[in-house]
Structures are given as structure tokens and as C-alpha cells.
Design a protein around this ligand. Structure first.
Ligand SMILES: Cc1ncc(COP(=O)(O)O)c(C=O)c1O
Length: 361
């Protein structure tokens, strides 16, 4: 175990442990664990927070995507454009529906879908675009919306980011414990701008049924549970504070001079820094130095999705998505969480500074 983790999940809820215990005890006392008052209340509170008419709690962020694509009746013969530089679940959900993911390249600065490249990949079979708000940075939604196709925002990494969830027909969230808004296990949410779509997803998450005795269509068993919803209601009240702390920590890396040693993630007001992902052609050496110093670090999406074994059947090859492949070869994440200490960040920067100096010598 590194001395400094990449993400200290426990530090984020340390001050809330008593209140978490109280809320869990309340649910245990109620004996009501599935689709009860906490899920319903959380769905309303999350909808208010996001500025959408309705949200639907589901089992995880992957199911959230599958349910939305199902509700949009996307299936065999359809194409859905998404990035390759993202977590596997983005494309997996499209394949799970029997549809074909079409990978577009990312913008080199933002690491989100490049709208121009997306436009070039639209065909008569394209049924939707899935932009990902990668690492907490909002994708170029206005530009993508101009392309005239339904947008399904994969917002798994971006709860609280500015300007998201109100453009797409639906947005999906994951509450995996490292996410900006997280629960104590698996959980997910779909936010809908169209109430009819939310209605269909609500039925799909319970076997295609509304009344629970008649089954209108074949669905899933994919529900957010009461224990997680009770905790999420508490955490949602802390989210803005946590995201502000993440932004402060991100700014501090700049002040400490990390930008002289590698490329920092481009900042913008809406970015909530799910992860702090830098770039350097010397990535492997810098990572080795961090690991040696006991400092948590990671690289993301190598190989990117278009080169993953499970998706080989799609027929992509090396060189097909140059910016994606360059980002996958150069990126590395350094520790960041809400409440990370300045001393820890100094240690990270000093370790990289020493490694960078050795590289020059
Ligand atoms: C971009 C993205 N999409 C989808 C998911 C899937 O979420 P979950 O792990 O809750 O199924 C994740 C997270 O793990 C993710 O990062």
C-alpha cells in the first residue's frame, strides 16, 4: 500500500461517520430496503440539484447507460457515437444493447469528444451521441447538440460539474465510492430532461412493470437501495463543499509549480476534478518515481477502448484515433480528493521535480 493513496475515500466521510451510522440505523429499523422513502426523496433532491424534472435511482452507472439506451429503443443495426478515451462501461453498454459503438477522437486539451470528429462519423444509422464528462470536466455539449442527435451524457465522473444534465435527453451517474458524489457500495442514477423517458426507465429498472403485477415489457432488476439512498441524501448536502475543496486542491498543484514539470489539466469554471490528470511524454518515468516514493498514481484508458480485446470485432486499429492514443500514452493522475493536505501535495510535486531533474541530467 502506498503511504499516500491516489484517492482517500475514507477522509471524505470521516467527519460524517456518526450521522451516517444514524441514517443507516434508521433504515435498518424501518425494515424497508428496496424502493422506499429514501430513494424517492433522493430522486427529488437530485433532480432539484441538477435542474431536471426527474431522476431515477438505479443499481450502478453501467446499468444507467444500458437502461437509457433501452428506453430510447436503441438496438441492433443502430450506431452510437462515443469516445474511446473513457471507462469501458461507456461502450460496453452500447454493445450490451446489440448496437454498434462508433468511436470519435477527443480534443487534445479537454480530453472530451471532439465535436468536429463526431460530425464526420455520423451516418444514417447514428441514433445517439454519448459524450463523457471525463475526469469531471464538462464536454462541449452546446457544439454536440447542434449535430441534431439525442445526447446521452455519461456523467459518471461529474456530479456537480456546471452546465451538465440539462442538454441531453438523459444523463447517467455512478456512485462508485471514488466518484465526486458517492455511496458506500454500488449505486447509479439517470437524470432525464423528458419525463416520459424517466417513466419508461422507472419501469425498466423493475422488470418493465409499473404496478408490479403486470409486466409491460422485458426489463431489468436494477434499483438503488434504501441504505445507499439514505447515505446519498446526506452526501448530496456536502457535495458543493467537496467539489470546491477539489478545485482548491487542483489550483494548489499549479501554485506549487507542477505545471513547470508536466502539462496540467486545462482548467475551466465547471470542472470538478474527479481526478487530477496530467500529461507528460516522460509519464512512465514520473510514475515510477511516484510509486517508489509510496505515492499513489495511475494512468487511464490504456489501451483505449477501440484497441481493447473485447472490442476487436469492431475492426479499429492503432493510429485510428491519434489524440486518444496520445492521451492514453501520456496521461497520469496524481493524488487528489476533497481535503487533501497541502503537505501531501508538496510531497507529490517535489517527487516529480526530482524525477524530472534526473531526466534532464
Ligand atoms: C465514464 C464512466 N462511465 C460509466 C461508469 C460505470 O459506472 P459503475 O461503475 O457505477 O457501473 C464509470 C465508472 O466506473 C465511468 O467512469
Amino acid at each position: 500500500m502506498p503511504n499516500v493513496p491516489l484517492v482517500d475515500v475514507r477522509a471524505q466521510y470521516a467527519s460524517l461517520r456518526e450521522e451516517i451510522g444514524r441514517r443507516i440505523a434508521e433504515v435498518v429499523e424501518s425494515g424497508n430496503f428496496i424502493l422506499g422513502p429514501n430513494v424517492e426523496a433522493f430522486e427529488h433532491e437530485a433532480a432539484d440539484y441538477l435542474g431536471v424534472p426527474e431522476t431515477v435511482g438505479v443499481a450502478n452507472g453501467t446499468d444507467a447507460l444500458v437502461l437509457v439506451l433501452d428506453a430510447l429503443e436503441i438496438g441492433p443495426g443502430d450506431e452510437v457515437i462515443c469516445p474511446s478515451f473513457t471507462f469501458f462501461a461507456t461502450a460496453e453498454s452500447i454493445v450490451r444493447r446489440g448496437a454498434t459503438p462508433v468511436f470519435a477522437d477527443v480534443d487534445a486539451q479537454m480530453l472530451n469528444l471532439d465535436a468536429e470528429d463526431v460530425a464526420a462519423r455520423i451516418t444514417p444509422r447514428t441514433k445517439a451521441i454519448v459524450p463523457v464528462h471525463l475526469f469531471g470536466r464538462p464536454a462541449a455539449l452546446a457544439e454536440l447538440a447542434e449535430l441534431g442527435l439525442p445526447l446521452v451524457e455519461d456523467a459518471a465522473q461529474a456530479f456537480g460539474a456546471a452546465g451538465i444534465a440539462t442538454t441531453g435527453v438523459a444523463s447517467t451517474f455512478s456512485f462508485f465510492p471514488t466518484k465526486n458524489l458517492f455511496c458506500l457500495g454500488d449505486g447509479g442514477l439517470v437524470a432525464c430532461t423528458e419525463p416520459e423517458l424517466a417513466e419508461r426507465i422507472r419501469m425498466l429498472r423493475f422488470h418493465g412493470s409499473e404496478a408490479k403485477t403486470t409486466f409491460e415489457f422485458v426489463g431489468y432488476n436494477s434499483r438503488l437501495d434504501e441504505l445507499q439512498a439514505a447515505v446519498l441524501r446526506l452526501f448530496l448536502t456536502k457535495l458543493d463543499e467537496w467539489n470546491a475543496a477539489r478545485r482548491e486542491a487542483a489550483a494548489r498543484y499549479g501554485e506549487l509549480g507542477l505545471g513547470e514539470l508536466c502539462e496540467l489539466p486545462a482548467d475551466e469554471p465547471g470542472h470538478v476534478y474527479h481526478l487530477f490528470v496530467c500529461r507528460s511524454p516522460e509519464r512512465d518515468r514520473l510514475r515510477a518515481a511516484l510509486t517508489e516514493a509510496g505515492i499513489g498514481n495511475a494512468q487511464y484508458y490504456l489501451p483505449p477502448l477501440h484497441l481493447q480485446p473485447a472490442l476487436r470485432f469492431l475492426g479499429y486499429g492503432e493510429g485510428d484515433l491519434p489524440e486518444t492514443e496520445r492521451a492514453a500514452a501520456e496521461n497520469f493522475a496524481v493524488p487528489l480528493w476533497a481535503g487533501i493536505g497541502a503537505d501531501v501535495q508538496e510531497q507529490v510535486v517535489e517527487t516529480i521535480r526530482r524525477a524530472a531533474r534526473v531526466g534532464v541530467a
